[in-house]
Design a binder for this molecule. Structure first.
Ligand code: ADP
Length: 490
């Protein structure tokens, strides 16, 4: 199958979150099983060099923002061919993929990602000229969501389209005045189109027009059809529920392997868990914690936003520390949350460590050195950190929502982690208590770690699921019939 992935990030070229790991891991798994994959993403600064890209075809000026072209390279350390969208006037600038150097959205994000979606769709019709025509276009998140929109609006023979929602909270909503500048006809600004509560929403458009929509866990696929989890789009998602799929993310078990991870002070496997002690000591030193092999160490790695439940951790802290535990938090994000964590570190020297920033190597030390790993998210489409923690033998303590429910069954039900339901610091503290009770019984704790580490989360079987989804999308596209809403079940 010829699959065009369209995304705004891919590891290791650009990463701000789990999306980058998923686009890279899925693409590599598909290539390994014989599919032809091209991954289209913007040529942000430095990316062309890292991908060792060379000039490909000229694309003209599809949106009147200036000429652009494709550069052809390779995702480092993989067999995945990347097609970089080289549009210097939109992408060659300081800052991150979405935010400028001062932390604000790039003012022209609608155009930047409007162009990404437009080119994602154009590569279908341009296929004969390029010598490669996709059977399916797989767009990720709002930044790529206009690809299925343009494809459907152009009609005719076209590739199947899939839109994956990695986080419904981010929708790419803009002033409707941008419609012509991103190449959309006025008629698409409709409730049956990209219109969404008075704005033009890239994600809503993608959900409406893609042949198939997927998200990153079955539970999240259900939750987003409810008002509480639907971020305003539950009605549409419900009417499309026969085309909505939930596929749990995989992890790259070569990149994430404690037996070979060079970021660790000491590599280990499930048969040599005693070697983790060196990583724990390294983590304690790095985070300014007392170096104490017996103190249960709770790790944390995430963006610091309301979603991730930092406030719940802080609310549970007193009880946690009273039991002799230590906490190591690695993350960056909202100023108020960063300040609260810095304050907790000042108030609890040697027992609470906070590293503010993004540090991949340090995150690996957390997975390889912490005893427990906390993910008390308010909502979590899939979550990758709990999967890395499991693989490294750090036992997850999670709120049962979205992908956390699908991947971390509770110990009380024969599972591999500790779970709680209510968005409540006491519920989290109770879950920590249960975990610490078991931690105090080393043989049983080690048995739990071994069970956790034995869980399979590789990409190969997940890729099979996507391939099935692609086949359905291709069949939908070739039937040339627009989808019809599923009757409301009240
Ligand atoms: P999300 O995509 O919502 O941010 P995920 O759990 O799906 O959450 O993925 C987050 C990814 O980003 C993981 O690979 C995690 O290890 C990484 N990550 C998040 N914050 C940091 C950080 N401060 N330092 C290093 N890695 C981080």
């Amino acid at each position: 199958m010829r699959i065009l992935q369209v995304a705004s990030e891919a590891f290791p070229l650009v990463k701000t979150g789990g999306l980058a790991d998923v686009t890279a891991g899925l693409s590599q798994a598909l290539v390994r099983s014989g599919d032809e994959v091209r991954l289209l993403m913007p040529a942000y600064p430095g990316v062309a060099e890292a991908a060792e890209a060379t000039p490909g075809v000229e694309l003209g000026d599809p949106l009147g923002t200036g000429p652009c072209r494709l550069l052809v390279g390779r995702l480092p350390e993989t067999d995945v061919e990347v097609w970089l969208l080289d549009a210097p006037q939109l992408f060659a600038r300081p800052g991150g993929p979405y935010l400028d150097a001062t932390g604000h959205d790039h003012a022209d994000n609608a155009l930047r990602f409007g162009l990404l979606g437009r080119v994602g769709a154009l590569l279908g019709p341009l296929g004969p000229a390029l010598g490669w025509t996709p059977d399916v276009v797989h767009a990720h998140d709002w930044q790529a969501a206009l690809a299925p929109v343009h494809s459907a609006l152009w009609g005719g023979r076209r590739p199947g389209t899939v839109l994956t929602i990695h986080n419904l909270r981010f929708q790419g909503r803009f002033d409707p005045a941008i419609m012509p500048s991103v190449g959309l006809p006025p008629s698409a600004y409709s409730v049956d189109g990209v219109e969404c509560y008075g704005s033009a929403s890239f994600l809503k458009g993608g959900i409406y027009y893609a042949d198939r929509v997927s998200t990153v866990s079955p539970t999240y696929a259900r939750e987003i059809q409810e008002q509480t989890g639907g971020e305003g789009l539950h009605g549409l998602l419900r009417t499309r529920r026969d085309r909505l799929h939930g596929l749990v993310n995989g992890i790259d078990d070569t990149l994430w392997n404690p037996a070979t991870d060079r970021a660790l002070a000491r590599c280990y496997d499930a048969d040599h868990l005693e070697l983790r002690a060196d990583n724990k000591a390294a983590l304690q030193r790095r985070m300014g914690l007392a170096v104490d092999p017996r103190a249960p160490l709770v790790g944390w790695v995430s963006r610091l936003t309301e979603q991730k439940g930092v406030d719940l951790l802080l609310g549970a802290l007193e009880r946690l520390l009273a039991r002799g535990a230590q906490v190591a938090v690695v993350g960056s994000g909202e100023g108020a949350l960063e300040q609260a964590l810095a304050q907790a570190a000042r108030a609890n020297p040697g027992r609470f460590g906070f590293f503010r920033g993004y540090d991949e190597a340090l995150s690996r030390t957390v997975f390889g050195g912490a005893d427990l790993f906390a993910v008390p998210s308010r909502f979590e489409p899939c979550g990758l950190t709990q999967l890395y923690a499991l693989r490294y033998g750090a036992i997850p303590v999670v709120r049962h929502t979205g992908g956390l429910l699908d991947t971390v069954p509770d110990v009380d039900r024969g599972g591999i982690g500790f779970a709680f339901d209510a968005v409540d610091a006491r519920a989290l503290a109770d879950a920590f208590d249960r975990a610490l009770d078991l931690y105090a019984r080393p043989p049983r704790w080690r048995a739990l770690q071994r069970r956790a580490m034995a869980r399979e989360h590789g990409w190969a079987s997940v890729a099979d699921g996507y391939r099935e989804l692609y086949a359905r999308a291709i069949a939908d596209a070739s039937s040339m019939k627009m989808w019809e809403p599923v009757a409301s079940d009240g």
